[in-house]
Design a protein around this ligand. Structure first.
Ligand code: MG
Length: 504
């Protein structure tokens, strides 16, 4: 692709102004990456001040009357191409949000969540919900105010969902789960009754040498085609991907010293996020439509590689081979046994340890509680008991302490309410991507088995990645996958995989 898609003079003018805003974002991303990886511990305070000041500067550039005036004028233009319309849409959304949320509310949210994160860490350690409760009450109060200010048509939770997944409504998520939960229940019951997919596996206790695992991770990324001249693999307490642009997208993983699947699958997951950013149309460089369009679509990329590709028998076969070269203990593990090790299915209390079959129950629980909290139908003090009851109802397990229940996730302490459903959006979309890929290119068995990974990358580039944020998520899914959110692709995928047996 050559030639800029931006021809309209007003849009070109807006993009010229936007470069400084982009540059601040670039610096913020780099500082964010450094904070999580190599920054000396005592650099924390100066870094926090620098980032806060840059945020204020970026906000003032976005809200400069001259800039806002140009964007408003562009909103009235007719005949813009879809890239130009995308620029206007994304900027108008950002400006609208900044204008509706007063600086005082923003400041209060940042301040309370900075404290809340520390209190949450301590409260989780000791299992003391009462300690975290006043902070969460404040966060919920500020979140409800945010929803009121942002505005909504049907449900206050809509305003929050839209921040993470443009255009997603509470009723979309409601109807998705209505189909998903009974289907997942049926599959889970069968899987547990058959017992082919074990609940635990002895390899979870296998200790490994970190150096050896680093080699494994590098080889896996080589196999997937991660471009090392445009990325890095580093270590951080929580694996993440950060995009500094289109040509510099970095990922991290962690090494816990045992259960080798964990670090590798974190790498494959983050690779999926990174590839989305790396394979955008380069004509979008320095523009507001560079970058993945929503958290749900982003998560569909990571889950597609981690689960649909990575946990398939065709991929685990190759992965076992790579591991066996570096971890002596793996040499004696059969391909089928290795497959069962990375595909254990266990109704458990902890979301981040959940498998493909049980994962979305955890999200459903959070969605139901968040929705009711935001609507004022339940109180923060009701949460621990409601959580435990619902967990028992959904998965038949009950937390013994809030640490393994209501206190397990960091999200609420950050003030991220309305975020969790994007994980489920990502999971169902990943399954749909698999369906379309198999219909239009070739079966995953063939593509992975014959080492045709590049064709999978090309398919994703063409369907999803190249667009960046040009199209709103619902339009992107309709156009590229001929689809709108529904439970069927995920249920069909899980049934095929988990009610069948190993067949590499
Ligand atoms: Mg992710």
């Amino acid at each position: 692709m050559s030639g800029s898609p931006f021809e309209n003079e007003l849009i070109k003018d807006i993009l010229k102004d936007y470069r400084a805003i982009w540059a601040i974002g670039h610096a913020q991303a780099l500082m964010g990456w450094d904070s999580e990886t190599y920054m000396p511990r005592e650099g924390v305070e100066e870094r926090a001040v620098a980032r806060a000041e840059l945020s204020v500067l970026q906000r003032s550039l976005l809200l400069k009357p001259e800039f806002v005036g140009k964007v408003e004028k562009a909103q009235g233009l007719e005949g813009l191409n879809e890239y130009e319309a995308g620029v206007v849409r994304v900027l108008a959304r950002t400006i609208d949000r900044l204008r509706k949320i007063p600086e005082k509310l923003l400041y209060e949210k940042v301040k309370v969540s900075q404290e809340a994160v520390h209190v949450w860490v301590e409260a989780k350690k000791s299992g003391d919900f009462e300690r975290f409760k006043p902070y969460l009450e404040k966060i919920v109060e500020l979140t409800r105010e945010t929803a009121e200010r942002l505005g909504y048509d049907e449900h206050p939770y809509d305003a929050l969902l839209d921040m993470y997944e443009e255009g997603l409504l509470t009723r979309d998520v409601d109807s998705l789960f209505q189909g998903l939960i009974p289907g997942l229940r049926r599959i889970l019951d069968k899987v547990l009754a058959e017992g082919y997919y074990p609940q635990t596996h002895p390899l979870e206790d296998l200790a490994y040498d970190t150096r050896a695992m680093e080699e494994v991770n590098r080889k896996v990324l080589d196999l997937l085609g991660y471009p090392w001249t445009r990325g890095r693999l580093d270590v951080s307490p929580h694996p993440f991907t950060i995009s500094l642009g289109i040509r510099d997208v970095r990922i991290t993983t962690r090494y816990e010293g045992r259960d080798p699947r964990k670090t590798v699958y974190a790498v494959i997951h983050e690779y999926g996020h990174a590839l989305y950013e790396l394979q955008q149309d380069e004509r979008l460089l320095f523009t507001p439509i560079a970058g993945g369009v929503s958290l749900g679509v982003h998560e569909s990329q990571s889950r597609f590689w981690e689960n649909v590709v990575g946990r398939s028998p065709w991929f685990t076969r190759v992965l076992r081979g790579i591991m066996a070269e570096h971890l002596p203990a793996m040499a004696g593990v059969s391909e089928e046994e290795f497959y069962r090790y990375v595909n254990t299915v266990r109704p458990s209390l902890i979301r981040v340890d959940a498998d493909e079959v049980t994962y979305n129950f955890h999200i459903y629980l959070r969605f139901v509680l968040e929705k009711q909290l935001v609507a004022g139908e339940i109180r923060v003090s009701d949460l621990p008991e409601l959580w435990d009851n619902m967990m028992e109802e959904l998965l038949g397990v009950r937390p013994k302490s809030p640490s393994e229940g209501v206190l397990q996730d960091i999200h609420w302490s950050h003030g991220s309410i309305g975020y969790f459903p994007t994980y489920t959006i990502g999971t169902v979309t990943a399954a749909r991507i698999g369906e379309v890929l198999e219909a239009e290119v070739a079966s995953l068995q063939t593509l992975i088995g014959d080492g045709r990974i590049a064709e999978i990358r090309e398919f994703l580039r063409e369907k999803i990645h190249r667009w960046g944020s040009t199209l709103p998520p619902k339009e992107l899914l309709a156009r590229s996958l001929s689809w709108s959110l529904s439970p069927e692709p995920l249920l069909a995928y899980l049934e095929r995989k988990y009610l069948g047996k190993y067949q590499a």
